[in-house]
Design a protein around this ligand. Sequence first.
Ligand code: SF4
Length: 476
Amino acid sequence: MALSVLDLFSVGIGPSSSHTVGPMRAAKLFADGLKGDGQLASTVRVQSELFGSLGATGRGHGSDKAVVLGLQGLEPETVNTFTADDQVAAAALNAELHIAGSHRVDFNWEEDVVLHRRKSLPAHPNGMTFRALDHTGAVLSERSYYSIGGGFVVDGDAEGADKVVADDTVLPYPFATADELLQICSREGMSISDVMLANELTWHSEAELREKLLGLWAVMRECVENGCNAEGILPGGLKVPRRAPALFRTLTASAAASAEASAQAAAATPSPVQAPADPLLAMEWVNLFALAVNEENAAGGRIVTAPTNGAAGIVPAVLHYYVKFVPGADDDGVVRFLLAAAAVGILFKTNASISGAEVGCQGEVGSACSMAAAGLCEVLGGTPAQVENAAEVGIEHNLGLTCDPVGGLVQIPCIERNAIASVNAINAARLALHGDGSHKVSLDKAIKTMRDTGADMKTKYKETSRGGLAVNVIEC
Ligand code: SF4
């Protein structure tokens, strides 16, 4: 099995990679299958059933809407995020779907998209079954899929349906553990991003890869910009106000005032006594970047899944920190950051999980914090051992983190949690850079601990909104 950096980072739509992006992709796969098998013309009705965590929190995560869009041939990468809700509303109002973008069938929202709150499919908490019926009511086709986190979808009939999408590509430097990755770095004299790059060249040229990664970075920047400018209340009924725009105004005003004070100080004779700049200003900006992304995600905006939607703010926030506050930051560094972060993401995906429904929030925010710490450490000049150390610190202090979104919405605690984890990721990278890379708990052991802890975690703490904050905070 081989995973690419582009599997870990992809353009998607909010609010959830497993509950929005994955179901949209699965529904499109089913619709495309009907078309490819020549069954579309005979189809008069399509039914969708969502199980497990998808059934429990699917409404808040927009899974039902995602399925409607996917059946009509739309994809998370390209769907118009400004008109998607209107398209779904039109399908419900007109009681019709255009399967695979063309074939019209009758549609009854209540009967044709069913969310099972207490039933699950066997292989994974995020299961879906799609069914196409002909005019006699006979089943033309029925398929199940699993949305296994980060927007990954596997066919229910595929082997190892609870793990990964099979890709048999032979890589020059395969690694399944952090220990193997470090051995390759040591043996070949390569950095972690070098190893990832060498593997990536199996799929694309260096120029193509660079273009794609910088394209993802552009989407991240646009997402932050959108989040900084979009005022209002987030959808879903919790009435959570967006905080990024006000914070953005405060920080930009303070930056302007500080620049003016510096200019006046430079012109004054003798030099006046100057108030010291706020030493934690960079942290405030990091908070802003994360809030902006996650508020956009909660509003169903365009984001980069990194490695999931719920945790989509952390890698962009730390990357923004790198570009805004680290002298000498450039596009090469952005590319190396993403490659090193993806190497760590692959370890989580391969050896544990990046799905909140499977292992709790430690798999989403914890994995993203670890990835961002590794990426930053890499571009700050960390050795492979220091980068591994940074990644380990990034996950260690998120172990046991539960997933308990209030109201089934990716808002509380998700949005703020991304800001906190982004700051932690920077701290982890800097902590690792002060050492020589040697440390007691290896990244492999921390990932194994995360997997074991997730297995022991009660289902109510795994994206079902039946435990934790989700039951202790009154929705009003
Ligand atoms: S609590 Fe964590 S895992 Fe759960 S939806 Fe929010 S960000 Fe995702």
